[in-house]
Design a binder for this molecule. Structure first.
Ligand SMILES: [Fe+2]
Length: 280
């Protein structure tokens, strides 16, 4: 493929992604309303058999060992909380795409999936703590922030992926600048196109587009973009050795106006939640 055809190919691919399951859209719509009942969430989940199985699996994950075995959907949703069920539904829908390797970005098979779950849980926890954005939107935007990188990796020839990798490792220029030079688009913009194709709200699409430069997002989406940016840094800290991780929390706490200890506590809780979700 000629390099000049790449932007069009990427845009076509982004808009041609498989639609999200109906259950994800219905749960999102339910939770966007002021009032909703647990029974309504259960009613949506029970119509999606793979989702029902996964919810039961997560409710019985090793993180809950020692508690009574969960046998019914009602018990599972009661234990996990309805919003966790939305997180499970969305995660199951995009897991296949995020489990792929993204070689230009240094991700082997499964790496990006694990990292995306960490950052999504961190974004959700930060949104709850700071109340600057909806926890559901923070989870979704953060989980999907690098979906554009998967598409870019899928389209680039190995030699061009090598150039991206070199730019990333040597930090001669930011990976985003290297992407724009090669593709006329960066992975945030490609991710925005995917989110638009899925009919996700405009603010969420904007936060995905600007997750590396939140101040460039339009004013109404900057808070959400900032949470996604911060969750990306916290996912780095979760993957780092303990002695390095500690030093990575300070700048994030400062940017968000939180105490470093508050962020450290939040990261420890996210690590437990992530292990529960990944183990199921
Ligand atoms: Fe990114």
């Amino acid at each position: 493929m000629h390099l000049s055809e790449l932007p069009d190919q990427l845009i076509d691919d982004a808009f041609g992604v498989e639609p999200l399951p109906d259950s994800v859209h219905r749960l999102r719509k339910l939770f966007a309303g002021e009032e909703w009942a647990l029974a309504d969430a259960i009613g949506i989940v029970r119509l999606d058999a793979p989702l029902t199985a996964r919810v039961l699996q997560v409710a019985n994950a090793p993180a809950f060992v020692g508690r009574a075995e969960i046998r019914t959907l009602q018990q599972a949703v009661g234990r996990l909380g309805a919003r966790t069920v939305l997180a499970i539904a969305l995660s199951a829908a995009v897991r296949g795409a995020l489990e792929a390797a993204a070689p230009g970005y240094g991700y082997g098979p499964g790496d990006l999936w694990k990292r995306s779950v960490s950052s999504a849980l961190a974004a959700e926890a930060l949104a709850k703590k700071m109340a600057t954005a909806s926890p559901d939107e923070a989870f979704t935007a953060s989980l999907l922030q690098d979906i554009g990188a998967v598409l870019v990796s899928r389209h680039l020839e190995p030699s061009l992926l090598g150039l991206l990798e070199i730019a990333r490792c040597q930090a001669r220029e930011t990976p985003l600048a290297a992407e724009r030079e090669l593709l006329e688009l960066d992975h945030g913009e490609v991710g925005r196109l995917v989110a638009q194709a899925w009919g996700l709200p405009e603010g969420l699409c904007e936060a995905i587009a600007h997750h590396h430069d939140p101040e460039a997002a339009r004013p109404g989406a900057q808070d959400l973009a900032r949470l996604v940016w911060a969750s990306d840094r916290l996912a780095d800290a979760l993957e780092a050795a303990p002695e390095d991780a500690d030093a990575m929390l300070g700048p994030v706490a400062e940017r968000l106006g939180l105490e470093r200890e508050q962020v450290a506590t939040l990261v420890a809780r996210v690590a437990e939640q992530r292990d529960a979700l990944l183990a199921a």
